[in-house]
Write a protein that binds this ligand. Structure first.
Ligand code: ADP
Length: 252
């Protein structure tokens, strides 16, 4: 399978002079088309830094990132913002919806500067909303809907531009357990329909929906778990075991 994301020896150093801090240290991995990869690790391990660098929101101090063979380090600010808009989708813990816009308008936001005809974009939103069960709230505002519905809105917004890759940052962090499970099943379903997803989470249950989990510790990749043919329940147990091991390492 051809790799969609190739991360080569990434480093990220914060600060200058004697107060520098290496948040990412020689991180390399690839994500293939159609994968669902979880990124786990303790607080402060570098997960958000990694996500920000991959999502082109921040730049690495060293190393290359290739998306579909294209080296994004060589793009200027304008090209990066085009790239982000056209090829990446984002789902955040706090939804990042605009309160002054309706659900429909929020979903349309990534297409605001595109040249897609209005009739076509309307159709796109209607199709996505139906698929994710939010047709009845399209004309409502974010403050009028539940957390689960907000995250479904965010999923539709992430999908509207038909992105190559979706980044999810603790997407279940603010949801109750039923809505969290709904969302994770939605993401797994999207992945079965061949959407490539990278999800940062500290939660073993959320990670168990992934096909592969990468652990990051002190800015370095420390381990990889692959679900393979095992059930989600068995993968969940394996992740918990791994976390226990990591915790006892910390205590030494
Ligand atoms: P995680 O998401 O795994 O909790 P982060 O990527 O947020 O970890 O942070 C990794 C490390 O980098 C932490 O030690 C954090 O304090 C540090 N860090 C993050 N952002 C900055 C910044 N802007 N300036 C300095 N240090 C930072």
């Amino acid at each position: 399978m051809e790799s969609l994301l190739q991360v080569n020896h990434i480093e990220k150093t914060y600060g200058k002079g004697e107060t520098t801090f290496k948040a990412l240290n020689d991180v390399s991995f690839t994500i293939d088309h159609g994968e669902f990869v979880g990124i786990m690790g303790p607080s402060g391990a570098g997960k958000s830094t990694l996500l920000n660098v991959l999502a082109t929101i921040d730049t690495p101090t060293a190393g290359d990132i290739l998306v579909d063979g294209k080296n994004i380090a060589t793009l200027d600010e304008e090209a990066l913002s085009d790239f982000r808009r056209d090829h990446l989708g984002f789902i955040f813990q706090d939804y990042n919806l605009l309160d002054s816009l309706t659900v429909r308008e929020n979903i349309l936001l990534p297409l605001a500067v595109s040249k897609t005809p209005v009739k076509e974009t309307r159709q796109l939103v209607d199709t996505l909303a139906e698929r994710f069960g939010i047709t009845h709230i399209l004309e409502q505002y974010p403050y009028q809907i539940s957390g689960g519905q907000k995250q479904r809105t965010a999923v539709c917004r992430a999908l509207i531009s038909n992105p190559l890759l979706i980044f999810a940052d603790e997407p279940t962090g603010a949801l109750d357990s039923k809505s969290a499970t709904d969302l994770l099943e939605t993401l797994a379903g999207l992945n079965e329909a061949e959407t490539t997803i990278m999800m940062v989470t500290h939660d073993a249950y959320a990670a168990s929906f992934c096909r592969r989990v990468l652990y990051i510790q002190d800015g370095r990749l420390s381990k990889e778990l692959i679900r393979g043919a095992t059930s989600r329940d068995a993968f969940y147990e394996a992740i918990l075991e791994e976390l226990k091991g990591g915790a006892s390492d910390d205590a030494v």
